[in-house]
Design a protein around this ligand. Structure first.
Ligand SMILES: [Zn+2]
Length: 373
């Protein structure tokens, strides 16, 4: 018999009127910004061009690989496959992420279509939406935020039970980040669809049959494009093409994981725990300010390439707004946070953010102090 979908423990934010006032004021000024500039909260022509450049670059790099011109030059072929991987993460940050948040356009079907960019790069939109939703709603809350859930492999929070190997995690975590994408392609999606079917505190999720068909169909398309067709049509040896296929996922995966992880797991973040009734005594917006940090906010090229994932605080508060507006909205956020005496967390460069991420991994690599009675 099929088990029923259940929620193990409901968690909710319980904010005070003063905390609500912060979000109300922020929304008012953000709305005013869009109204005054007479612009939509969704994509603008700049954003459409960016998407065209992204998909165009993918086609160009793929055509270069399939042209057979690089088959005699192993290093160049591996570099081209690696570049394809970087274009993939560009598409994930800039197109897929906005599509899955319904932020790209006000047309639901088009957002969904753009969200399938994740299937195009080897993942699965359906699962990503569920997982990313759990992350968004409950940032840094152990047991619900799935980005902290690694089956004990890493200790990303002080609430994660300590294992002996965690003492080395600041060494092995960056190495394992390199395998996050390939793990997603071959293991994570299948394990979830066929075995786990739970996200955070929601158990036995019923998944429509069509999602299984999409899962298998799009995995076949992905593997056909990136592995089967190169093996069939390129004159390069199979081992080199296999190496090329792996290269699509290694350095781009490390880049993807670090860009994301430094925004939540860093020296100075917090990991609030709900009380016995599942209450977090805070407003969601202030919780985001306490658990999230931006980096390289003024680096125009960086934020263009990263789809403003580096401007992450405003994204968590307004995920339904297209990322192209985040730099301007963050200026508003900083003003309002100042007015309310709230701290806005920011690292000027990626390297500072990375240092704080590694520091946090190192801090959490220590066994918890024994409780004193
Ligand atoms: Zn998001």
């Amino acid at each position: 018999m099929l088990k029923k979908t259940t929620i193990r423990k409901r968690v909710r934010f319980n904010s005070s009127p003063k905390q609500d006032e912060f979000l109300r004021e922020l929304k008012k000024r953000v709305d005013h910004y869009f109204h005054e500039n007479k612009i939509s909260k969704h994509a603008n022509p700049q954003m459409v061009w960016k998407s065209i450049i992204g998909f165009g670059s993918w086609l160009l790099v793929y055509a270069l690989i399939m042209s057979n011109l690089l088959s005699q030059f192993p290093l160049l072929l591996i570099l081209a496959f690696t570049l394809l991987g970087f274009v993939n993460i560009f598409l994930a940050f800039n197109v897929m992420h906005d599509g899955t948040h319904e932020a790209y356009t006000d047309k639901r079907k088009l957002n969904k279509l753009l969200g399938y960019t994740f299937n195009f790069i080897g993942g699965n939109q359906y699962l990503f939406r569920l997982m990313h939703g759990a992350h968004h709603g409950f940032v840094n809350i152990q047991g619900i935020d799935v980005t902290l859930e690694t089956h004990g492999l890493f200790r990303f929070t002080p609430h994660e039970p300590y294992k002996w190997y965690h003492r080395y995690q600041h060494f092995y975590t960056p190495v394992l980040y390199m395998f996050a994408h390939i793990h997603w392609v071959f293991i994570k999606d299948f394990k979830w669809f066929f075995v786990e079917r739970s996200i955070g505190n929601v158990k036995n999720i019923k998944t429509p049959f069509k999602e299984y068909v999409i899962l298998i169909g799009t995995k076949v398309i992905y593997l056909t494009l990136t592995l089967a067709l190169p093996i069939i049509f390129l004159s390069a040896p199979v081992w080199l093409i296999l190496l090329g296929f792996v290269s699509i996922h290694i350095l781009p995966s490390l880049t993807f994981a670090l860009i994301f992880q430094v925004t939540h797991v860093f020296e100075g973040t917090s990991y609030p725990e709900p009380d016995n009734n599942g209450i977090i005594d805070n407003s969601y917006a202030i919780h985001v300010l306490e658990t999230t940090a931006d980096f390289s906010r003024n680096n125009k090229t960086g934020r263009w390439l990263m789809g403003c994932i580096n401007i992450h605080v405003i994204h968590h508060i307004f995920p339904e707004i297209c990322h192209i507006h985040y730099p301007a909205l963050t200026e508003i956020l900083i003003d309002v946070a100042n007015d309310f005496g709230l701290e806005y967390k920011e690292n000027k460069t990626f390297w500072i953010a990375l240092k704080k991420h590694i520091w946090m991994l190192k801090e959490l690599s220590n066994p918890p102090a024994p409780e004193l009675y």
